[in-house]
Design a protein around this ligand. Structure first.
Ligand code: IPE
Ligand code: IPE
Ligand code: MG
Length: 239
């Protein structure tokens, strides 16, 4: 097993800065969201060759409902349109798509597009792409806690499985190895609070629409230069 391939990485991205990217170019915020979809295409295409096995993208937080109805409606239309138009290329590239988050507040047409995309891509094994829509990490944790009531003592692994199941995702995902946030802000905005317990954090200055495969490669290279200790001493090997 000397040359065993390194385990595939779980990279999660908070795709922030669409609005500011557009505003800086005297364009409406919607133009930033449209351009952001191009960045999604680029990172999904580049991910497998960078050793990424799971890619979780924060597309819409549960707090984003507080935005003006017009912006929310545009985002929802973009999600539906891109889910439909991208599904064939996801299938072709072996990408399995899952959507995580609440579904009960999404329009029926979007829910249908999600189900269709998930079913069409179910056999993809090159990359697990997880799109977070109407997602709140705290809400997910509260739901899992409610599900675990009465279960008595529970392992972290068992709770993680409940957490994944509680939130519409089929199958669990490994802990996040690398969390990237574009747009210059340095906060988590209620994203993957449990799964990021030991994630390496990368805050990037690029706005999401300008984030490309080179930026992703950079962030992954930087990740590989870090020493993860998980609370142990430097150089110590875990069993
Ligand atoms: C991220 O970009 C996309 C969503 C939150 C849906 P923003 O829309 O937050 O862009 P900024 O942060 O206002 O520039
Ligand atoms: C986080 O970005 C949510 C997504 C990128 C989908 P926000 O723009 O909503 O976060 P805050 O409001 O700056 O914390
Ligand atoms: Mg933002």
């Amino acid at each position: 097993l000397k040359h065993a391939a390194p385990a595939a990485l779980h990279v999660a991205i908070i795709m922030d800065g669409n609005g500011r990217w557009a505003t800086a170019r005297a364009m409406p915020r919607s133009a930033g969201h449209r351009q952001g979809a191009e960045s999604v295409r680029r990172v999904v295409k580049a991910a497998p060759s960078l050793g990424i096995g799971t890619l979780t993208l924060y597309a819409f937080s549960s707090d984003n409902w507080k935005r003006p109805p017009r912006e929310v409606a545009l985002l929802m239309r973009l999600f539906r349109a891109h889910l439909r138009s991208e599904t064939p290329s996801l299938v072709e590239n072996g990408v399995r798509l899952s959507v995580i988050g609440r579904r009960d507040r999404l329009a029926l047409s979007l829910r249908a597009a999600i189900t269709e995309a998930e079913e069409a891509t179910a056999h993809g094994s090159t990359l697990h792409l997880r799109l977070a829509i109407d997602y709140s990490a705290r809400d997910a944790i509260v739901r899992a806690a409610a599900l675990s009531r009465g279960a008595g003592e529970m392992s972290r692994e068992a709770f993680a499985a409940l957490l994944a199941g509680a939130y519409g995702s089929r199958g669990t995902a490994p802990d996040v190895d690398l969390l990237i946030r574009t747009g210059g802000e340095q906060r988590l905005s209620d994203f993957m609070l449990w799964e990021c317990a030991y994630a390496e954090l990368a805050f990037r200055r690029e706005m999401w629409p300008e984030f490309d495969e080179g930026c992703l490669a950079d962030a992954v290279a930087d990740f590989h230069s870090r020493q993860r200790r998980f609370g142990a001493l430097p150089g110590a090997r875990s069993a």
